[in-house]
Design a protein around this ligand. Structure first.
Ligand SMILES: [Zn+2]
Length: 440
């Protein structure tokens, strides 16, 4: 997620749509969602519109969130034909201009992939999302956009011409993920061990807990497995960003700090996961199914800037408060949890990144569970359960990593990177595999 920076009234807050101004109005391309290269319509406008509305509804239906969306008619823009059909690069650019002006939040159907091609983008992108206009003082998202590549729904699966096909469930899951970004959500890493399983047939316990906001679509569609699209992590975070009146009775919070082995220096960029305790009396593994994560230092900037290379003042996003460098906070349903820390997977870079750093900070000694009496020499597998009740904030769940290299000096955190945060996200299908890349 984007986080407010130094120019904001309150820095270190995730950018969100204004809850007082719900619903969020979006406009939709007036043309078909998908057509073949010869112009035959495969998914017509009415069907495409209904699918987009259903995808927004998936997020809006979470019982503890106040986020809501409303269809505001066809896209309109200067230079766009009256039917609202966006099918050339110049029309797309006109629509982008109106999004950047905050006039509308458009959902564009690139029905045959011609816009992506014309923009010089990877034709294997399934779709992408981006925030268009921000109110950096208030920390509000004012407009955002999504593009859907209808070529993945044109009924043609011909790898020889890079024309791949997805099932409608797979396609809609990829686009619903993009709508998560549209809503301000970042990627999440939970059950990353699915990468050790056969692509397309992941273990159901892992799949149930796998966030829709996981950076890559590696497993079978959740719908085909009889699972809800949104995992507990997705539901927790859309609710934390946009809580409704029911939220306090449905969630508590676990928070703390991650330290290097010196027990003093905070570590940014590590994944922290709260997992509910497994019930040994069921066949399911609840610790895989009910889990919520965040990245340490998620409210701190990924690029604090420094004057030596002229990279000053660094990113306009994220807090500069040193107290937040290693801070994490996880919303959890009431229950008893273990908390663990791990590295972000090395595959998750750039637009597929998870958390505030553009490239993962692979930290030695990062894998361990929390227990009482944390030290740099403890058993990383020792875990003490933490019970959280509704509305309760359990703080001070601090980790001291084992055997990390010594810090250079007390003013060095060693993890600052010089890359700007991703400006947008995309989903793409890679040839020769089922990896759907979400990120640009
Ligand atoms: Zn994404």
């Amino acid at each position: 997620m984007l986080v407010t920076g130094p120019s904001s009234l309150t820095s270190g807050k995730p950018y969100v749509w204004d809850v007082a101004a719900m619903p969020i109005h979006y406009t939709v391309d007036g043309g078909p969602m998908s057509m073949t290269s010869t112009g035959a319509i495969v998914v017509d406008h009415a069907t495409g519109l209904a699918r987009v509305q259903a995808m927004f509804q998936t997020w809006q239906s979470v019982s503890t969130t106040a986020i809501s969306f409303s269809y505001a008619g066809a896209i309109t823009a200067a230079g766009l034909s009256a039917d609202g059909d966006v099918d050339t690069v110049s029309e797309y650019n006109a629509v982008q201009t109106s999004c950047k002006n905050g006039t509308q939040s458009p959902i564009v159907f690139d029905s045959n992939g011609a816009i992506l091609k014309g923009l010089g983008l990877d034709p294997l992108i399934i779709g992408f999302a981006g925030l268009c206009k921000l109110d950096s003082q208030a920390g509000h998202i004012l407009s955002a956009h999504v593009l859907l590549n209808g070529k993945f729904q044109d009924g043609v699966n011909d790898p020889a011409t890079s024309n791949y096909e997805l099932t409608s469930d797979e396609f809609d899951e990829a686009i619903t993920h993009e709508l998560g970004h549209f809503s301000g959500l970042d990627h999440s890493q939970i059950n990353v061990e699915v990468f050790n399983q056969f692509a397309g047939s992941c273990n159901l316990d892992d799949l149930a807990g796998l966030p829709l906001m996981f950076p890559l679509a590696y497993c079978q569609s959740k719908k085909s497995a009889g699972l809800p699209l949104l995992a507990p992590d997705d539901r927790a975070w859309i609710s934390k960003l946009y809580p409704n009146a029911g939220y306090p009775a449905a969630y508590g919070t676990i928070s703390g700090l991650i330290y290097f082995s010196d027990g003093i220096t905070q570590v940014q960029g590590l994944n922290v996961i709260a997992r509910v305790l497994d019930d040994p009396n069921t066949a399911q593994d609840e610790s895989k199914r009910t889990a919520v994560s965040v990245v340490s230092g998620y409210l701190f900037t990924g690029n604090p800037g420094q004057p030596i290379t002229g990279n000053n003042p660094g990113s306009s996003y994220g807090s500069r408060s040193p107290a937040l460098i290693g801070y994490y906070e996880i919303p959890v349903p009431p229950g008893t949890y273990t908390v663990q820390v791990e590295n972000i997977d090395a595959r998750f870079t750039g637009g597929s990144s998870v958390g505030p750093l553009y490239f993962p900070a692979i930290t030695y000694g990062a894998y361990e569970f929390w227990h009482h009496n944390e030290s740099a020499y403890d058993d990383p597998s020792q875990k003490d359960p933490i019970t959280v009740t509704a509305g309760q904030s359990v703080s001070g769940i601090n980790f001291i990593l084992n055997g990390t290299p010594p810090r250079f000096d007390q003013y060095e955190n060693g993890l600052a990177l010089l890359h700007p945060p991703a400006a947008g996200w995309s989903s793409a299908r890679r040839p020769g595999g089922t990896l759907l890349r979400r990120g640009m």
